[in-house]
Design a protein around this ligand. Structure first.
Ligand code: B12
Length: 195
């Protein structure tokens, strides 16, 4: 499956860069990209925060990348409006694109995120749950066996079984693995440390 992983904030402002002069790379998304790429999927990382892309520019980028799934981080609450606007924009053009959210805000208020048009919310640590979700959807199988997921079914919110935290984080592929295309991920202080 071809997946676009997106970080963007409705403030359009990178608070960290404003203070320290560098952007922090989206480590969570990079880790998710590495996890799905190790299963043969394609990942495109669109860092709207670093690049200063607005919703329309991200929608164009994900569309031209041919992404069948758009996975958006809503780690901090200021990311929510951007994410909700992006779903509306992309789904307005193509309802078949699957939208997945994850991160702290999405985990704790998954009902709000699902109501905004997202198809799935990955709760908590994403590497395993997201990988299983992508594999399951590609194989057209039921997602109900994927632990750590929230989605809507018949208008109700369904939460699958709880997924325990991973004991061995070293078992994940390194987030430094590069994506097939990286858009907006400019070299930063932190990125250099990780290469
Ligand atoms: C480091 C950090 C930062 C760094 C960002 C580093 C980076 N690389 O992105 C900096 C200093 C820039 C930062 C800024 C902010 N932060 Co901060 N930050 C953190 C911290 C300590 C760790 C995040 C991290 O890098 N984790 C490691 C990576 C690998 O994991 P991850 O990003 O969480 O992603 C994993 C999961 O969350 C999930 N996941 C995340 N996104 C997605 C998306 C999908 C599709 C899926 C499937 C899964 C998924 O899967 C990932 C892999 O397991 C957390 C607290 C914590 N302990 O988690 C707070 C935290 C996320 N930050 C918080 C806040 C509030 C902010 C700010 C809004 C602060 C401010 N007022 O400006 C800003 C917002 C960002 C911005 N740019 O404007 C809050 C969010 C709470 C909330 N409801 O908003 C937290 C939870 C701290 C807290 N307890 O208050 N932050």
């Amino acid at each position: 499956m071809r997946v676009a992983l997106v970080r963007g904030s409705s403030s359009g402002r990178d608070a960290y860069k404003g203070i320290f002069g560098v952007s922090m790379p989206p480590l969570g998304l990079a880790s998710l990209a590495s996890a799905i790429m190790s299963n043969g999927h394609k990942a495109v990382l669109v860092d709207a925060l670093t690049e200063g892309f607005d919703v329309g520019q991200v929608a164009e980028t994900t569309e031209s990348s041919g992404a069948q799934m758009v996975a958006v981080t809503i780690n901090a609450s200021p990311y929510f409006k951007f994410a909700a606007d992006l779903v509306k924009e992309v789904k307005g053009e193509n309802k078949n694109v699957v939208f997945v959210a994850g991160g702290h805000h999405a985990t704790f208020v998954c009902s709000q995120v699902l109501a905004s048009g997202f198809d799935y919310v990955v709760l908590g640590e994403g590497e395993q749950t997201f990988s299983e979700l992508v594999n399951t959807l590609e194989q057209n199988e039921s997602v109900s066996k994927v632990k750590g997921l929230a989605f809507k079914s018949d208008g109700r919110i369904v939460q699958t079984a709880h997924r325990p935290l991973m004991d061995n984080l070293d078992s994940f592929p390194s987030p430094r693995s590069t994506c097939s295309t990286r858009i907006g991920v400019k070299p930063t202080f932190s990125a250099r440390v990780h290469t």
